[in-house]
Design a protein around this ligand. Structure first.
Ligand code: FA5
Length: 335
């Protein structure tokens, strides 16, 4: 027969052991191992429960109560320890991953469209609003589209300024965007209302307003009953929209084999004493209309070729066209 006194001693010693060991448990695995050792089915507390039948009936309830208290104590001590360990591990993780929001950020330079692209897009958007659509053509173009179809036969003196950068006997880098006029007219019936922005190449010597690689926007409008007055009005609308109404515009006679009459347009912006040529233009020569299969008795049209660099120079006070080719961030980032 077992006695309560002996049981109480064991409980005291188990409690002491519990108090000491729980403090030393430093990870959740250790806590679990200790729980099994202590409270598991074959654990030390369970072993004591198994002795209950050996108690005198009068003392058995008391013994059971003491053991239950021990069990409660142990299980709550282990739960508390488990909670402490998990809080400590969260704290460690937070420390490790701490972000110092006061540190300076990593600087990323944000790029933007080049000034010439932006000017081109602005020109496009003005004409899109007027009802034109955007066409394109190849930069490597053959002699027929570059010259013959535009009424510039072989040996015509006008070829000289455009006769440039041949790839082989037939193909050359286009010196203007006018060949796109021919491609568009051959592909579609009138009315035609297109613009074509694109790169052009010339043998021009470099100076402040000439570059061997530059950009033009071609415009072509073919319909019934168009006149030079319509062309002038449309150029005015465009120029005032782009530069503002304070700028001055000057139309003067010019010659192009593919337009008759032909004009050139100069602009002077406020505060400048210089006129700068921005485009060549004119009424499409009937010879060209006939060449693409249009009935030149029924329809007529006008066209122009506008220099994009020159537009940007006038608008932003850029004095030398070579600046565009410099690839200098100090220049590029200003716009
Ligand atoms: C032509 O290129 C004609 N194709 C324009 C045209 C189209 C006339 C349709 C009639 C009908 P021109 O050579 O003048 O024309 O060039 C037109 C514009 O392109 C010039 O006013 C200028 O703004 C620009 N340009 C020409 N050459 C250069 C160059 N080397 N560098 C920069 N811009 C240039």
């Amino acid at each position: 027969m077992r006695g309560l006194g002996e049981l109480k001693e064991k409980i005291v010693s188990l409690e002491a052991d519990l108090g000491l060991r729980v403090e030393e448990l430093d990870n959740e695995k250790a806590v679990e191992a200790f729980r099994i050792e202590y409270l598991g089915r074959k654990g030390r507390v369970s072993q004591l429960f198994k002795t209950l039948p050996e108690f005198d009936v009068n003392e058995r309830a008391q013994a059971g109560k003491l053991l239950n208290e021990l069990k409660e104590k142990a299980s709550s001590a282990l739960n508390i320890r488990k909670g402490e360990l998990s809080a400590a591990s969260i704290k460690r993780r937070v420390e490790r991953d701490r972000v110092d929001l006061t540190l300076p950020g990593i600087y990323h330079r944000v790029g933007h469209l080049h000034l010439l692209t932006r000017v081109q897009q602005e020109i496009e958007s003005i004409f899109l609003r007027m009802g034109f659509s955007v066409a394109s053509g190849p930069e490597i173009e053959d002699e027929y589209y570059n010259f013959e179809a535009l009424n510039i036969p072989k040996d015509h003196p006008a070829r000289d300024e455009w006769d440039t950068f041949y790839i082989d006997d037939t193909y050359l880098l286009r010196p203007h965007t006018s060949p796109v006029q021919i491609r568009v007219m051959k592909d579609s019936d009138p009315p035609v209302r297109i613009i074509c922005p694109g790169r052009c190449y010339r043998r021009d010597n470099q100076d402040a307003t000439h570059s061997p690689v530059f950009h033009q926007v071609e415009l072509l409008w073919v319909e019934k009953g168009l006149s030079l007055a319509n062309l002038k009005y449309m150029i005015e609308l465009f120029v005032y929209e782009f530069f503002g109404e304070e700028c001055e515009m000057r139309l003067s006679g010019d010659f192009f084999p593919f337009t008759e009459p032909s004009v050139q347009v100069h602009i002077r912006v406020p505060g400048s004493s210089e006129w700068l040529e921005i485009m060549g233009a004119g009424m499409v020569d009937p010879i060209v209309l006939a060449e693409v299969g249009y009935d030149e008795e029924q329809v007529n049209g006008f066209a122009f070729g506008l220099g994009i660099e020159r537009m940007a120079m006038l608008r932003y006070g850029i004095e030398d066209i070579r600046t565009f080719l410099g690839n200098d961030l100090r220049f590029i980032t200003q716009f």
